[in-house]
Design a protein around this ligand. Structure first.
Ligand SMILES: Cc1cc2nc3c(=O)[nH]c(=O)nc-3n(C[C@H](O)[C@H](O)[C@H](O)COP(=O)(O)OP(=O)(O)OC[C@H]3O[C@@H](n4cnc5c(N)ncnc54)[C@H](O)[C@@H]3O)c2cc1C
Length: 440
């Protein structure tokens, strides 16, 4: 009989891994510690909870994360299926109603007779075939148990969450609906226009605002892909206007505003909107004071305040092989953000690979190494071979080998790389029936 797999953590990576392993007929024990033991960022007990933004980022294949989604869809990803079911309007992005998304995933796994859900915290790494998908906010006890195995190779950085406001508290007379360049339905975002004076005041006040301190003062490592808004402001007067507050592609009263704060729908009922790019470490009272300066948000009710958290990951290039197995214990795999991939989609994609490989190992077969010409293969190759100071990584076209020819138009170039990746993945699937013949 095939071995069963322990999967620790029912987040983005763990749920996808459990689904993929069960799809291949392998029994899974999926451990989740919430709600008994919460993390500093999760709010509830739901599976695959999106802790900050409700966006899984771009959907088109001219973006690397769009390509990664398409690759996952071709491999029957549960996370992508759930996202398409729970989709809310968000221009060119794939954003979801986070509750509907989580409920869909949980219902699918609950209904699967091969998935045994165990609602408890895992304190020490179990014996037997195991996938650790406990995320960047892994519980302290398990973190210690991992540290015992990996020695000093546990790393960390700091990441932040953006606030959510109640739609009915926004002054709709002062804001406008639009998507940048009319993408999506053309009116997917609520836009709060700022004139020069308003922007200047906002800039001054955000710089002067009080922050929650980081505990490790001597080592303040921030993840640049998710920079807090106040850290961005500290880089210079215009940095926010070239970042999340950029006005390009938006028009209000016949002209481009000086700056724009965008709010994205967060739930299917469109009652909650999150502040795009406003991850922050400002104290709560300061968030009220400073963010109330934004046009239309003068009376905004904060349903969730921005926060900052320490994220843990392992030094994967030293510790993991390219099939996500711990080199020193090959029946122990790691998946998700704890490996140093960054982002919801990347974490789920890593879970997909670990789930397939876990199933192959359970059947006594060789695990797969995904081809480096695919977005998934490029990402996994990076995290398992990077040199120097290892930092978390979002998927991007730089992880894929360049095309043989020069194409000036960036979108066209990306689309050709994406086409090449999809062709490569299709051949890879065909060449590995032992791993994929479960998928019709
Ligand atoms: C504060 C913060 C904000 C972020 N914002 C974004 C964002 O906006 N967009 C984005 O793309 N990515 C974001 N990320 C990064 C990343 O994409 C998410 O953290 C993502 O959820 C990672 O997926 P995962 O499956 O690896 O971990 P998680 O989704 O966190 O899942 C891990 C699961 O393991 C459980 N667990 C932990 N320890 C144990 C244990 N000992 N026993 C049993 N269960 C355990 C946890 O409760 C959790 O459910 C953010 C991360 C953080 C921390």
């Amino acid at each position: 009989m095939d071995e069963s797999i322990n999967i620790i953590g029912a987040g983005l990576a763990g749920t996808e891994a459990a689904y993929q392993a069960a799809l291949r007929g392998i029994p899974v024990k999926l451990y989740e510690m919430r709600p008994q033991q919460m993390t500093p960022a999760h709010k509830g007990s739901g599976f695959a909870e999106l802790v900050c933004s409700n966006s899984l980022r771009a959907y088109g294949m001219e973006s690397a994360v769009g390509l990664l989604k398409e690759e996952m869809r071709l491999m029957d990803s549960l996370i992508i299926r759930a996202a398409l079911v729970a989709r809310v309007p968000a221009g060119g992005a794939l954003a979801v109603d986070r509750k509907m998304f989580s409920d869909y995933i949980e219902a699918e796994l609950n209904a699967n007779p091969l998935v045994n859900i165990v609602k408890e915290q895992v304190l020490t790494i179990p014996d037997g075939l195991t996938i650790i998908a406990a995320g960047p906010l892994v519980s302290p006890a398990l973190s210690e148990s991992i540290a015992e195995i990996v020695g000093g190779e546990m790393l960390y950085f700091h990441d932040a969450i953006a606030p959510i406001v109640a739609k009915d508290s926004i002054d709709m007379e002062k804001v406008f609906f639009a998507s940048r360049y009319g993408k999506g339905n053309g009116d997917d975002y609520i836009n709060c226009p700022l004139d020069k004076e308003q922007y200047q005041l906002f800039y001054q006040e955000i710089l002067a605002a009080e922050l929650y301190p980081l505990k490790d003062f001597e080592k303040q490592k921030l993840f640049s892909g998710c920079m807090p808004i106040e850290a961005m402001a500290a880089c210079g007067y215009d940095t926010m206007r070239f970042g999340p507050l950029k006005p390009v592609g938006l028009e209000y009263q016949g002209k481009e505003p000086y700056a724009v704060v965008q709010l994205r729908q967060d739930d299917a009922g469109a009652t909650m909107f999150n502040m795009v790019g406003f991850q922050t470490r400002l104290k709560r009272g300061e968030q009220e004071r400073v963010f109330h300066l934004i046009t239309g948000l003068e009376m905004a009710e904060f349903l969730r305040y921005g926060q900052m958290h320490k994220n843990t990951y392992i030094n994967s290039p030293l510790l993991l092989n390219n099939a996500l197995q711990l080199k020193q214990r090959i029946n122990l795999l790691f998946a998700g953000q704890i490996t140093g991939v960054e982002g919801y989609v990347e974490s789920a994609a890593c879970g997909l690979a670990a789930g397939i490989n876990g199933a192959l190992l359970a059947q006594g077969k060789e695990p797969l190494v995904f081809p480096p010409l695919t977005a998934l293969g490029g990402l996994l190759r990076y995290i398992t071979t990077a040199t120097g100071n290892f930092q978390p990584m979002n998927v991007n076209f730089g992880l894929l080998p360049p095309l043989g020819q020069k194409i000036r138009d960036k979108k066209q170039k990306n689309l050709q790389i994406a086409e090449r990746s999809i062709a490569e993945l299709i051949s890879f699937i065909a060449a590995n029936p032992q791993a994929f013949n479960v998928i019709s």
